[in-house]
Design a protein around this ligand. Sequence first.
Ligand code: T3D
Length: 278
Amino acid sequence: MLDHRPEALKARNFQTIELAIDGPLARIRLNRPDRLNALSPLLLRELHQAVTSLGTGDSRARCLIITGAGRGFSAGADLLANSEEETVSEAAPPDLSRSLRSLYHPLIMALHDLPIPIIAAVNGPAAGAGMSLALTADFILAARSASFMQAFVQIGLAPDAGSSWALPRLIGPARAARLMMLGEKLSAEDALSWGLVMAVHDDEKLLDEAEKLGHRLAQGPSQSYAAIRALLRASADHDLPTQLELEAETQKKLGQTADFIEGVRAFIEKRPARFSGQ
Ligand code: T3D
C-alpha cells in the first residue's frame, strides 16, 4: 500500500512535480518546463497523489501553493505524449472521456474537496486543462507574463477538467463564452480587471508574494477556511433557506473550535489572535 503521509511524499522522488512541505505551508511545482508543464498521464497521477496526501487527517499542511517550473504554469493536456491510454489517429479515434474520467476528474475533485486554501501562482501561460487547474484555486496570483487561454477550441474540443463549471461562475457566462469560443489569450492585466485574478506581480516577485499570502493563510483559522470553501461551493446549487441552514450547521461546528475561543479572547484582550487551526 502507498504511504500517503506528507513526510513520505517529501522524501519521495516524483518525476514530474515537486512537493515541498515547510511546516503548515505546502508547495507543489509542476516540473516539465520543456513542455510548458503539459499534463502528461504521469504528471496527473503524481499530482493527484500529492494533493490527496494533503487532505488526510495526518497532514499538517494548512495552505497549498501551486506553480509551474520555467516560463509557464501549464499548457494543458500533453498533446505530444505517447499516452498509454490513447493515441490520436483517424483509424482508431480516441475516447477522450476515458482519460478525463480516470485521470483528470479524480484530481479536480481532490483539489475541489481539499479542506485548505489553495493559491495558484500563475507564471506564463495557463492553457486548456492547465487553466482548469488554476481555476480550482481560491486565489490566483498572476505574473505579468501570465496568460489564460481556453485552448480547447483551437484543437476542436470543448472545455473540460472543470473549466465549463468554474469559469462562468467566476467571470460570468458572457465572458466565459468569449474565452471558450474564441480561444483568445487573456492577459494578466485583463484577468485582473475581470476579477479572475487577485493581483498581478512582476515575474520575479510572484513567488514571494504567493509565499506571503500562503504564510498568512497557514497561520489563520484553518477550520474557518475549510468551512468557507464548502459554503462557497454549496451556494452555487442551494436556494437561500438551504444555504441558511448550512451556515447554521457550519457555525455550530466552528463555535466549538479552539480558534473561535481564541478569536473572541483576543478581541476582548485587544491583541492579535494566535490561531492554531484547531
Ligand atoms: O484526454 C485528453 O487529453 C483530453 C483533455 C484535454 C484537455 C486540454 O487541455 S486540451 C488543450 C491542450 N492544450 C493546448 O492546446 C495548448 C497548446 N499549446 C499552445 O497553444 C502554446 O504552447 C501556448 C499558447 C500555451 C504557449 O505558446 P508559446 O509560444 O509561449 O510556447 P510554445 O513554443 O508553443 O511551446 C513551448 C514548448 O512547449 C514547445 O516545445 P518545443 O517546440 O520547444 O520543443 C511546445 O511543443 C511545448 N508545448 C506547448 N504546449 C504543449 C506542449 N507540449 C505538449 N503538449 C502541450 N499542450
